[in-house]
Design a binder for this molecule. Structure first.
Ligand SMILES: Cc1cc2nc3c(=O)[nH]c(=O)nc-3n(C[C@H](O)[C@H](O)[C@H](O)COP(=O)(O)OP(=O)(O)OC[C@H]3O[C@@H](n4cnc5c(N)ncnc54)[C@H](O)[C@@H]3O)c2cc1C
Length: 453
C-alpha cells in the first residue's frame, strides 16, 4: 500500500513508483489524523485546500484504475488496520522530516511489526544527511549550504505510473464531516495536482524570465504562487527546480525551503525556541491592543495593514510583505515572534512549520543566518520602494483609494482638508499610526541588547 501525506500527486513520486514496481496490486490510503485537523496548528484554509487536493488525487488514481481510500484516526492504529484489511505486505511513504512526522512514522513502523515501512524521497530534493559540512555537521549559514546543495547529484524524475491495479472490495471511506469552514474559500487558488501543474506550466512559460527582476514587486506580483503546491506535494520540488533551472534566483528560493526543512530536522528545538541562545530571554511587550491592531490590519501603516488584510482575506501574502509585517510585529511592537508565527499558521494555505518558523526567526533576527537584529524594516520606506504607485495598499485598504500617491504610504502627513477631500480622515476613515517608527525601533534595540547582556 501507499500512504499519502504531504505528497498528493502521481507524477514523480518515488514511493508510488516503488510500490507499483514491487507488487501486483497497490492500495492507496490517506489518513485524517486528528493532529492535522485539531493539532497545534489547525487551519481551515489549509484543510480546505487539502480536501480539494484529495478529491483531485482520487480522480487521478481512478484514471489509473485505482481509488484513494480514506480513514480517520491515529496513524499507529489506522495504518496497521488498513494493512490487515487489504492484505498488504509493505507500506510505502515519502519521508517526512518534521519532529511530529518522524515520531508518528516511528510509532507506525513499530505498530506494523514485520510489515516494512519503506521511506522514499519526494518532499525535498536533497536529504538532510546529504547536505553536511566536511566534518559531518549541519550547515547553519545559507550560502555554504546552497553551494554544497547545488553540487550534489540528483535522482531521476519519474513519470506517473501507467496504471495502478488495486485490490477490489476495500471500503473507500469518507471525508470527515467535522471540517471547519474556510474563511477565505473564495480566494484560495484551485487545488489538486492538475491545477498545480498548470500553474507551473504558466510560470515557466511567462513568469520565470522576469522573476529575478520582479520578485519584490508588491503592486504587480510576479512570483510563482506555487507555495501551497509545494507544501502539499502537488508538485515535486525536484521537477519544479529542474524545469525552472534557467532562473538562479528562483532556484535559490527553493533552496531556502530545503535549508529550513534541514534546520528543523537537525535542530528540532527551533520549533519552540530561538536558534540563537543569546536571544532566548528577550522581554517582549506582547501588548494585546497592539497584537489585535496588527492582526486586523489597523496599525496605521498602509503596507503592514494591506498585507494583514490580504492574509485574512486570501490565506496568502507576498514574501516581501511577510517580511515587512513580521519585522513590524517583532521590532516595532516588540511582540514575541511566536505569536506572529501562530497567526500565520492559522491562515496561510502554504503554512509550513519549517519555512514559517525559519521566516519568523530570520526576520526577528534570532534564527540561523538571520538578518542582524538591528536591521528593522522601515514600513514607510519599504512601501515606497516596493509599492511605489500604491497599487498594493489601495487594493486592500479602500480608504486609501483616492489618496495621492505621494501620501499613500504615510497618509497622516496629508493636511486635514486634503484628508477630508479624498475620504481618508486619519482617526476616522483610517487609523493613526499606533507607534512612532523611530522611538519603537530604539525600544526594540534596547530590548535585544538587554537580552544579549
Ligand atoms: C515570516 C515569513 C513566514 C513564511 N511562512 C511560509 C510558510 O509558512 N510556507 C511557505 O511555503 N513559505 C513561507 N515563507 C516563505 C515565502 O514567503 C513564501 O514561500 C512565498 O511568499 C510563497 O510565494 P510564491 O510561491 O509565489 O514564492 P516564489 O517567490 O515564487 O518562490 C518559489 C518557492 O520557493 C519557496 N520559497 C520562497 N521563498 C522562501 C523562503 N523565504 N523560505 C522558504 N521557502 C521559500 C516556496 O516553496 C515558494 O513557493 C515565509 C516567509 C516569511 C518571511
Amino acid at each position: 500500500m501507499v500512504w499519502f501525506r504531504r505528497d498528493l500527486r502521481v507524477h514523480d513520486l518515488p514511493a508510488l513508483a516503488a510500490a507499483r514496481a514491487s507488487a501486483a496490486t497497490v492500495a492507496p490510503l490517506f489518513v485524517f489524523d486528528d493532529a492535522l485537523l485539531h493539532g497545534r496548528w489547525p487551519s481551515p484554509n489549509r484543510v480546505a485546500f487539502l480536501i480539494g487536493s484529495l478529491r483531485a488525487l482520487d480522480a487521478a488514481l481512478r484514471a489509473l484504475g485505482s481509488r484513494l481510500h480514506l480513514r480517520r484516526g491515529r496513524p499507529a492504529d489506522v495504518v496497521p488496520a488498513f494493512v490487515a484489511e487489504c492484505g498488504a505486505t509493505a507500506v510505502f511513504v515519502s519521508r517526512d522530516y518534521t519532529p511530529y512526522g518522524r515520531r508518528r512514522d516511528a510509532e507506525v513502523a513499530r505498530a506494523l511489526g514485520t510489515i516494512p515501512l519503506h521511506q522514499h524521497p519526494g518532499v525535498l530534493i536533497q536529504e538532510p544527511e546529504a547536505v553536511l559540512k566536511p566534518d559531518g555537521s549541519p550547515y547553519t549559514v545559507f550560502t555554504p549550504f546552497r553551494r554544497r546543495w547545488e553540487a550534489l547529484p540528483r535522482r531521476r524524475i519519474l513519470p506517473a505510473p501507467l496504471d495502478l491495479p488495486t485490490p477490489e472490495g476495500i471500503a473507500v471511506g469518507t471525508i470527515p464531516n467535522d471540517i471547519p469552514a474556510s474563511p477565505s474559500a473564495e480566494s484560495i487558488l484551485a487545488s489538486g495536482e492538475e491545477a498545480a501543474r498548470q500553474r507551473l506550466d504558466r510560470f515557466v512559460s511567462s513568469g520565470l524570465a522576469g522573476y529575478a527582476g520582479g520578485r519584490n514587486d508588491l503592486g504587480t506580483p510576479r512570483t510563482s504562487r506555487l507555495s501551497q503546491d509545494l507544501r502539499w506535494g502537488l508538485l515535486s520540488p525536484l521537477e519544479v527546480a529542474t524545469r525552472c533551472a534557467a532562473s538562479e534566483s528562483f532556484v535559490a528560493e527553493l533552496v531556502w525551503r530545503e535549508f529550513y526543512a534541514h534546520i528543523l530536522y537537525h535542530y528540532p528545538l527551533v520549533r519552540t525556541t530561538a536558534f540563537q541562545a543569546r536571544f532566548r530571554e528577550i522581554r517582549w511587550r506582547n501588548d494585546p491592543d497592539d497584537i489585535a491592531a496588527w492582526k486586523a490590519g489597523k496599525t496605521g501603516y498602509p503596507v503592514v495593514d494591506a498585507a494583514m488584510r490580504e492574509l485574512q482575506a486570501t490565506g496568502f501574502v507576498h514574501n516581501r510583505a511577510r517580511m515587512i509585517v513580521a519585522s513590524f510585529l517583532t521590532k516595532q511592537l516588540l511582540v514575541d515572534w511566536r505569536i506572529g508565527e501562530a497567526h500565520f499558521m492559522e491562515h496561510l494555505v502554504d503554512g509550513d512549520l519549517a519555512s514559517n518558523n525559519g521566516g519568523w526567526q530570520w526576520t526577528a533576527g534570532v534564527g540561523t543566518d538571520a538578518a542582524p537584529y538591528f536591521r528593522v524594516f522601515n514600513s514607510v520606506l519599504q512601501g515606497e520602494r516596493f509599492d511605489p504607485d500604491g497599487l498594493y495598499v489601495r487594493r486592500w485598504i479602500p480608504a486609501l483609494r483616492h489618496v495621492p500617491t505621494r501620501f499613500v504610504h504615510q497618509p497622516w502627513q496629508m493636511p486635514p482638508t486634503l484628508q477630508a477631500e479624498v475620504g481618508c480622515r486619519i482617526g476616522l476613515d483610517y487609523p493613526a499610526p499606533i507607534v512612532d517608527l523611530d522611538q519603537s525601533r530604539q525600544r526594540a534595540l534596547a530590548a535585544y541588547r538587554a537580552a544579549e547582556a
